[in-house]
Design a protein around this ligand. Structure first.
Ligand code: B4P
Length: 223
């Protein structure tokens, strides 16, 4: 029998969760659940993100989408970004970190964020951790999609036939993006591995099979 007046940890957690939100914030704990969907270009990050945000009610932050929308609106930032994207290169860190910082500030009520295509360098990873710390939260898990290089190239060139994306319809640019991934972005997985946050998930198979594997990993970590 449990002694009156002495609660175990589970009770404390349950009591905390039943408190009104304002009290939880006064106590200084933020209950956001934040995920990084990681992988090389064409590994299916955008495809899976759409399904994950709708299932888990997360705010989707895709730096690729944000940059493409700047390009469409022909803003100075978009015009600068286009020079890099058209060559298959990463856009400078300060540009994308600034975009993510504003997006975090503009979504104070989010249950959590799904970062898609960000971070892509070690400097971006460190900046993201600092920004989340300011919000008293952190990355819960990095889901790393694994896809062979031949399959990546085939998918991107296929998408290039219909997407109108200038970075997809040229084999040289597609290959440059994969080289850039190995040179700068794979370090992001090493960074988060040092905090034991990376889980590798096969990114080959049907979209639904991959989605089920991702959900399985999320559900293990989400109470
Ligand atoms: P992103 O927009 O992030 O896109 P991506 O890497 O091309 O693709 P993703 O992995 O999301 O693939 P998708 O689901 O669409 O980057 C574009 C560029 O923006 C970068 O090269 C860079 O220049 C710049 N950029 C973005 N973020 C940056 C950052 N943080 N720092 C610096 N620069 C940055 O899938 C691809 C194709 O595969 C689709 O056609 C899809 O239908 C298909 N597909 C998906 N899943 C499949 C499956 N299971 N089987 C078969 N096909 C599948």
């Amino acid at each position: 029998m449990r002694r009156a007046g002495k609660q175990n940890t589970a009770d404390n957690v349950n009591n905390f969760n039943s408190q009104p939100l304002y009290l939880r914030f006064i106590q200084g704990v933020n209950h956001m659940f934040n995920i990084i969907l990681f992988g090389p270009p064409g590994s299916g990050k955008g495809t899976q993100s759409e399904k994950l945000i709708s299932k888990y009610g997360l705010k989707h932050l895709s730096t690729g989408d944000l940059l493409r929308s700047e390009i469409t609106s022909q803003t100075p930032l978009g015009l600068e970004a286009r020079n890099f994207m058209d060559r298959g290169q990463l856009v400078p860190d300060e540009v994308v970190i600034g975009m993510i910082s504003s997006a975090l500030e503009n979504n104070p009520k989010a249950n959590g964020f799904l970062f898609d295509g960000f971070p892509r360098t070690e400097a971006q990873s460190e900046a993201l951790d600092k920004l989340l710390k300011l919000k008293q939260t952190e990355i819960a898990v990095v889901l790393a999609l694994q896809v062979t290089e031949e399959e990546l190239i085939e998918r991107l060139l296929n998408r290039g036939l219909t997407s109108g994306r200038s970075d997809d319809n040229n084999a040289e640019v597609v290959k440059a993006r994969i080289v850039e991934y190995h040179k700068k972005t794979s370090a992001v997985a090493d960074y988060y591995r040092s905090f034991d946050k990376v889980v590798e998930v096969s990114g080959e198979g049907t979209v639904d099979e991959i989605f089920d594997s991702l959900c399985n990993e999320i559900d293990k970590r989400k109470s």
